[in-house]
Design a protein around this ligand. Structure first.
Ligand SMILES: Cc1cc2nc3c(=O)[nH]c(=O)nc-3n(C[C@H](O)[C@H](O)[C@H](O)COP(=O)(O)OP(=O)(O)OC[C@H]3O[C@@H](n4cnc5c(N)ncnc54)[C@H](O)[C@@H]3O)c2cc1C
Length: 682
């Protein structure tokens, strides 16, 4: 369908408005991009975007908004096959493949192969098993998934029912799903694509139960693609979103796999069924893959919120609504309330991306230590990764929704670019540990650490969290901010961080006392547990973000904008729930006036960020292909793109539109219009 409106002038001047926003920027967007995304990511981005642009017949996904599930799977499998081929031909690396999937913005059936199956093998397989499974997995000779969740159990993994029982006679393990509820469920890649599953099982050897261990179970014959005998496998059906992924189910009727298939990096099972656990192995090492996956989620969440804030900043900068004077209408971004809703999200995006560099570095350190037998960092890493996964996914998912709302009615159109990503992102608050459950892991670690600090006997941990808990005991009256004005505090990264550290320490000691002195039950503590996990994670975000910013000289032209974004982040954390600030010890000097002044400081910092908002989001470096959005286009041609996409709607297309309309008219509308009531009452 054509529309003459497209040839008429665009009086909203969106292109000029957006270009003007980019004038007079005080910093280099390229340098900012380099700092916040890192050179490695930028290299991968360049490779990915070049491939997407070189192969539009495969990678142009502008049509996905019109597709049903079958069409979507077909399109996504086409992209997956191409990515796999590029990998097999050594044209791209594994990380570039991950980046390519990210920029395409539509998940496919091989996603879990890359993000869970391969990482599990990397961490939990011994050298021989790596040869047998990891190498073919990397070459796409086998396709895997990660099958942990069952129909009856998700959060409580100890309740999983699938068993792997050693059968000495033929040197195998028998995989069995004893009940309906033991059916593996929700498993990405299993419904359609996987040849193998990494199945989490209750390991039983000679009648003894050893807990949960991963076993590689062949699912479908790669030659015929038929399921192996005893494996009942399928797709779990339509979901609220994420329908381009084949989440599947499987149950196993006494399926035997070689003993070799039990991943044995940290456990050894001999031919005669002797089980040895390697010395000094922390029992949670089996879950170290989850720490890695959570670290990835944390990083991805920043990248996904980057998409939403880029679209929203650009659109609100050109969307005019309301008169400033008799001739000019105001871009909605100039309304304080729009800035107040949007700019803290932009700041948190930078915080997530910035802190991810440092968090990954810490994860790498922890991983390397584990490889040399030192597990001392794992406890804190596990707790931090749980808290950050919860915080980052909550912030991103609800942040994307806020962005959608900020764009008004047009935000509700698929062409805005939010609907698909919101639905696809949403499971991040559920998988890899439901967020409300993960918060408990973080809080348990904190309460235990607080107890160690306050008890006079026993070994004391020297991890950074414990040191802070020792510094800010309930008796402490030394506060670094005590002799500074609110304005000085609000502009000082160290003082803001001290406030955040004090807040989480105070909450921790308080809850530890309730539980250990006043015998408050864990169940009765669950509301406070959520708050504790949040305040701890907010501290961690700022601590890592500051560490990253401090790598810059203060003379660098990107330093001040970053420092301001840090201040917006920290202030919005402190002011998220002012009740929390009022509940702190009066010795800390935080009273009504202090809080009111902090609120003024937050608004001042937001307004400062507004002046360069568009260059800031440009620095996030998202190409139009990732945004797939009329509202967020780099060139500001919002309305032209919007109308062009609407004309592509099948209802409007010449062939399909006529057919659909004729059918509906013939079947329903025509007969209604013409039957009418024999006699009108009027
Ligand atoms: C799109 C999608 C893809 C997935 N992909 C995979 C995959 O590839 N592989 C895989 O193994 N799994 C996968 N999962 C499963 C996912 O990991 C689980 O859904 C998740 O761990 C939550 O478990 P559950 O569904 O059993 O929820 P439940 O544990 O039943 O939770 C139900 C409710 O109870 C609350 N709750 C549970 N326990 C507690 C507690 N102790 N204290 C307080 N509250 C509690 C939760 O907060 C939640 O609100 C996927 C899920 C989704 C939605």
């Amino acid at each position: 369908m054509e529309n003459p409106a497209l040839t008429k002038p665009n009086t909203a001047n969106t292109v000029e408005l957006l270009a003007n926003e980019r004038n007079g920027c005080s910093f280099s967007t390229q340098a900012m991009d380099n700092f916040i995304n890192g050179p490695e990511w930028i290299k991968m981005r360049n490779t990915a975007v070049a491939i997407i642009r070189k192969n539009p017949e495969i990678f142009d996904l502008t049509q996905v908004y019109f597709m049903d599930r079958e069409q979507l799977l077909d399109k996504v499998m086409q992209t997956e096959a191409k990515i796999a081929q590029l990998l097999i031909d050594n044209k791209i690396t594994h990380n570039e493949a991950v980046a390519l999937s990210y920029f395409l913005d539509v998940s496919g059936p091989y996603r879990l192969h890359r993000s869970m199956f391969i990482p599990t093998l990397e961490r939990q397989a011994n050298d021989e098993q790596k040869k047998a499974f990891l190498e073919p997995a990397r070459n796409y000779q086998i396709l895997g998934c990660y099958a942990q969740t069952e129909m009856g159990h998700g959060s409580n993994i100890r309740g999983l029912e699938t068993t792997a029982t050693f059968v000495e006679e033929d040197d195998t393990f028998e995989i069995n799903s004893p009940t309906l509820t033991s059916t593996k469920w929700w498993i990405g890649g299993l419904g359609l694509a996987a040849t193998h599953a990494c199945v989490m099982t209750q390991l039983i050897v000679k009648g003894k139960h050893y807990g949960l261990y991963p076993v590689i179970v062949p699912i479908r014959d790669p030659k015929t693609f038929k399921p192996y005998p005893g494996v009942n496998v399928g797709d779990i059906g339509p979901k609220m979103g994420f329908n381009s992924v084949d989440n599947g189910f499987a149950n196993f009727q006494k399926v035997r796999v070689p003993r070799f298939n039990v991943l044995q990096r940290y456990i050894n099972i001999s031919r005669t069924g002797e089980v040895s656990l390697f010395k000094n192995v922390d029992p949670r090492v089996t879950y170290s893959t989850m720490v890695f996956v959570r670290a990835n989620i944390v990083n991805n969440m920043g990248r996904e919120l980057a998409k939403a804030v880029t679209i929203t900043s650009r659109y609100t900068a050109v969307r005019k609504q309301g008169w400033a004077n008799t001739t000019d209408e105001v871009p909605v971004l100039n309304y304080d309330i729009v800035q107040y809703r949007l700019i803290p999200l932009v700041a948190k995006t930078f915080a997530m991306l910035g802190m991810s560099h440092e968090f990954y570095a810490q994860y790498e350190l922890c991983k390397n230590n584990i490889e040399s037998g030192d597990f001392s960092l794992l406890k804190e890493m596990h707790a931090v990764s749980c808290g950050l996964k919860k915080w980052c996914s909550d912030t991103t998912i609800y942040g994307v929704d806020t962005c959608r709302h900020l764009c008004g009615g047009h935000g509700f159109s698929s062409f805005a670019g939010f609907s698909f990503s919101f639905n696809n992102l949403y499971p991040n608050i559920i998988w890899e540990g439901d967020n409300f459950v993960l918060a408990q892991q973080t809080a348990r670690y904190l309460i235990k650490s607080a107890l160690e600090v306050t008890e006079s006997t026993g070994s004391k941990s020297a991890d950074p969290t414990s040191l802070l808990l020792s510094r800010y005991t309930p008796e402490n009256t030394m506060f670094s901010w005590k002799y500074s004005s609110v304005s000085q505090i609000a502009n000082n990264m160290d003082l803001l961080l001290d406030l955040l550290a004090y807040r989480f320490s105070y909450f921790t000691h308080n809850l530890a006392k309730k539980i250990h002195v006043e015998n408050q039950s864990w169940n009765d503590s669950l509301v406070e547990v959520q708050a504790l996990s949040t305040v701890y994670s907010e501290y961690m975000i700022c601590m890592y973000f500051k560490r990253h910013i401090n790598k810059l000289s203060s003379a660098n032209d990107i330093y001040q904008p970053l420092k301001n974004l840090y201040c917006v982040t920290a202030l919005s954390f402190l002011l998220r729930n002012t009740g929390e600030l009022y509940s702190l010890s009066s010795a800390a000097g935080i009273d009504h006036k202090f809080i009111a002044n902090l609120e003024d400081e937050l608004m001042r910092a937001i307004k400062l960020a507004r002046t360069q908002l568009i260059p800031l989001v440009d620095s996030l470096g998202l190409p139009d292909e990732k945004l797939n959005s009329s509202l967020g286009r780099y060139d500001g041609k919002v309305y032209e793109d919007y109308m062009s996409r609407a004309l592509m709607e099948p209802l409007n297309r010449k062939d399909s539109g006529t057919r659909i309309r004729d059918h509906l008219y013939k079947e329903y509308t025509g007969s209604i219009l013409h039957s009418g009531k024999k006699q009108s009452r009027l």
